[in-house]
Ligand binder design. Structure first.
Ligand code: WQD
Length: 337
């Protein structure tokens, strides 16, 4: 029975992955400093998993705490989620993003190396593709970061590639997430952004539940069918399954891998808002405003590499993403407070 350490374990994608790993028969240890998550998540995981989650409160930037973790527990592999992830915030606070996202990754890898643990799944992002030259995006598409957050993901992948080149015992899986949305079907865990949501679906969810008056659509003059931005939204449960598949790849093989985790289907802002109205039965009033700086017209994945190598494919559709998001939002109008 392998034991997997999840960093950023109380976060949105990590908490859903935690449940999927337990269901797949793994032992799981979570570590989080709650800098961008809530301890309430652990209570919800206890209820959902029917067992007390094994958890350590610590920062991935705390080398002593990371070494203590690896010396006190048997760990077979790590899934590294812990990172700040707001594009706009990263342009305001680049040092905080480099210190946390790169410093944290290096600290975790140093502790792993010191204790002979050399299998790592890394949360990367489609943001490493910058403005894609052609669609759909494949893993060999050009890479370019247009903001410090994206740079930390690109640098993280480079660090892991160099690590693997220096020591073939290292096996890494870089998972490039497209746009994670939705929630566990129980409605007990989900996305709980602090302050005003940066991302589309959590903002739409707050309009539906009456916390926000209307959606601001950032531009309707993009080169897309209805002029609004097109993105590849992927259900967080499909994303969690992608991590289970990536861990099986690492534990059963010897190679490293980099794959897109997307559905291959793009939807526009207005298509998502309409789908949310249908799923929630609530109106989503909106107002078209100026473009958000840095936004691109369209972005969606070619997910065939993950299917070929990992035997993984997203199964859930936009209606399901909206229905599960709405159940979480309506059951928890104030998130995990
Ligand atoms: C989606 C679409 C907006 C909010 C970002 C990060 C990426 C990843 C996912 C971490 C765009 C439009 C949005 C709103 C709107 N995060 N929009 N009104 O920008 O594709 O990706 O989140 O890994 O790295 O870049 O996602 O949800 O912010 O925007 O019109 O209030 O919705 O213009 O077209 P994005 P998003």
């Amino acid at each position: 029975m392998h034991t997997i350490l999840l960093t950023g374990a109380a976060g949105y994608i990590a908490s859903h992955t935690w449940l999927a790993l337990l269901a797949a028969g793994y032992q799981v240890i979570g570590v989080d400093d709650f800098s961008n998550s809530s301890p309430e998540v652990l209570k919800r995981l206890h209820a959902l998993a029917g067992q007390e989650p094994r958890f350590v409160q610590a920062s991935v930037c705390d080398a002593a705490a990371m070494h203590e973790l690896f010396s006190s527990q048997r760990i077979d592999a790590v899934v590294h989620f812990a990172a700040f992830k707001a594009v706009g915030e990263s342009t305001q606070q680049p040092l905080a993003y480099y210190a946390n996202n790169i410093g944290g990754l290096i600290t975790v890898c140093q502790a792993m190396q010191a204790h002979g643990v050399k299998r790592l799944v890394f949360s990367s992002s489609a943001t490493v593709y910058g403005k894609p030259e052609r669609l759909p995006i494949t893993e060999s598409s050009a890479l370019s970061a247009t903001n410090p957050y994206g740079q930390t993901k690109l640098m993280g992948e480079t660090i892991l590639r160099d690590l693997g080149a220096s020591d073939p015992a290292w096996q890494t899986a870089c998972l490039r997430y497209f746009n994670p949305v939705g929630a566990h079907e129980s409605g007990l865990i989900g996305e709980d952004p602090r302050g005003t949501p940066n991302n589309l679906m959590p903002y739409v969810a707050q309009v539906a539940v009456g916390k926000r008056e209307r959606l601001q659509v950032f531009g309707q003059d993009y080169d897309t069918p209805d002029g609004t931005g097109v993105r590849d939204y992927i259900h967080v449960l499909d994303l969690a399954d992608g991590h289970v598949a990536a861990l099986a790849w690492l534990l059963n093989g010897t190679d490293s891998i980099t794959v897109n985790l997307g559905t291959g289907q793009g939807y526009s802002v207005l298509e998502l808002a309409k789908a949310y109205e249908q799923a929630s039965g609530k109106p989503i009033p909106y107002q078209v405003v100026a473009r958000r700086p840095g936004d691109i017209d369209a972005c969606y994945a070619d997910p065939s590499e993950a299917e070929a190598k990992l035997g993984w494919r997203a199964k859930r559709d936009l209606a399901g993403m909206c229905a599960d998001s709405w159940r979480w939002q309506s059951m928890n109008p104030n998130g995990f407070q």
